[in-house]
Design a protein. Structure first.
Length: 191
């Protein structure tokens, strides 16, 4: 495998293109304490934990609430985990990178049903530094079904980029259904 200088991952979704970049598919259904390499060998993800009360919960979220989502296709799917979700850039060239994390809350709604009561809160660290604490996608994006990107400048010194999302133990864990909480991410762009 030759050294990697960029990554484009459609977390929880099929291969897609946006702004001339090809985002690799991330469709593995595995979730409970697994380490799963991407098809290209350039990246991998791991997730840990079992959803309380729902050991058979999905680890991929899709827009099942018919939310009107504008923007790239990668906002229609996401990878989720009950406790920890890590993505690794493998064989990265050492140096400075721009890491863009793309989020859209697609598991909750903003209608007048119980589905609007859900709240997802998690932390985001990159290379061991906590960049986002108590991050709530819907709150930061101004509602559900709205894409939001957070951008960070990071330094890779030992050929591996580590993005760590962790459930902050806050928010809901049984609304709208048992097992819809923890970190969620739609796509990752590294350049």
């Amino acid at each position: 495998l030759s050294p990697v200088h960029s990554l484009f991952i459609n977390c929880g979704g099929p291969e897609t293109k946006f702004e001339g970049n090809e985002y690799e598919a991330d469709l593995s259904p595995y979730g409970i304490s697994n380490y799963v390499p991407g098809n290209s060998g350039k990246w991998a993800y791991s997730s840990t934990g079992v959803y309380l009360g729902n050991a058979k919960a999905d680890y991929i979220a899709t827009n099942q609430l018919s939310l009107d989502i504008n923007g790239p296709d990668y906002y229609h799917t996401a990878r989720i985990a009950p406790l920890y979700l890590n993505y690794y850039g493998l064989c990265m060239l050492n140096g400075n990178y721009k890491v863009k994390l793309h989020f859209a809350e697609i598991a909750f709604s903003d209608d007048q049903s119980y589905c609007n009561l859900g709240k997802r809160v998690f932390d985001v660290s990159i290379q061991g530094f906590k960049y986002l604490k108590d991050f709530n996608i819907a709150k930061e994006a101004g509602g559900v079904g709205k894409g939001i990107t957070r951008e960070f400048n990071v330094n890779v010194t030992e050929s591996t980029l580590e993005i760590h999302l962790s459930w902050a133990g806050k928010g809901t864990n049984a609304i709208p259904i048992i097992g819809v909480y923890g970190p969620l991410i739609s796509a990752i762009t590294v350049t």
